[in-house]
Unconditional design. Structure first.
Length: 236
């Protein structure tokens, strides 16, 4: 596999799907230093499906190199494609080390990229023992709000059934406690998400968490999580 050539091909194919309306609509929705190509999810997934088939027999090391090469092209959609391509290659995922995972997260600077990384890569790696609690705690204490968000969103695959989660109250609440007083709204939203997902598994623990931290939690978090607990919905 010619890694650089294939990375270039992925980006070019994504560029071919550029939609100006999509581009304009998302520029402010997830602002980023990465280039926004304006590609719809269905078109991105079509490219990803083809690349998945083509790399099926490639080595773990080369698949990781390909993902990093695509990310290095510095586009929002390329980064997401890289995560999905890597996630599909079981042996490459199983071979990931903490330093590889952090390299894959380098440059995350918006909620969409963070969530793709945390739900597709870091959260699963943590659940399966390739990241340690200490790694996630370090992210949660980072000066960079996007790494703090990554720490919190990494709890989602611990609890979300569709992501392979079976429930993990201790580790979810451990991370959530570290960001209770955070001042960044995107961390607040991640905290709400993490607690809402945990509430499906352990509503009692979530109620206790809300009670314990009532004075410190942002109003948004309390409102959304309480609504989830009482109605099963985030809004409405």
């Amino acid at each position: 596999m010619n890694i650089e050539a294939l990375a270039d091909e992925v980006i070019q194919r994504l560029r071919n799907f550029t939609n100006r309306e999509r581009q304009d609509a998302t520029q402010n929705y997830f602002p980023s230093k990465q280039q926004n190509l304006g590609v719809y999810a269905a078109d991105l997934r079509g490219v990803v499906r083809d690349i998945k088939k083509r790399i099926n027999g490639e080595s773990s090391a080369d698949v990781l190199k390909l993902a990093l090469a695509i990310i290095a092209r510095n586009t929002l959609e390329g980064r997401q494609a890289a995560y999905e391509i890597l996630e599909s290659h079981k042996t490459a995922v199983a071979a990931l080390r903490a330093r590889d995972i952090e390299a894959l997260g380098e440059g995350i600077d918006n909620w969409a990229s963070v969530d793709g990384f945390a739900c597709g890569i870091s959260g699963k790696a943590w659940r399966e023992g390739r990241l340690k609690d200490a790694d996630i705690k370090r992210w949660a204490r980072s000066k960079d709000p996007w790494w703090r968000r990554a720490a919190v969103v990494s709890t989602v695959p611990l609890n979300l059934q569709s992501r392979g989660g079976t429930g993990d109250t201790p580790r979810t609440t451990m991370v959530c406690q570290l960001v209770v007083g955070d001042d960044h709204v995107m961390v607040h939203k991640a905290l709400s998400w993490a607690l809402r997902e945990l509430s499906r598994r352990d509503a009692k623990a979530v109620r206790a968490f809300l009670k314990k931290h009532d004075a410190e939690l942002p109003a948004l978090v309390k409102r959304e999580v309480l609504r989830k607990l009482t109605t099963g919905k985030k809004n409405g």
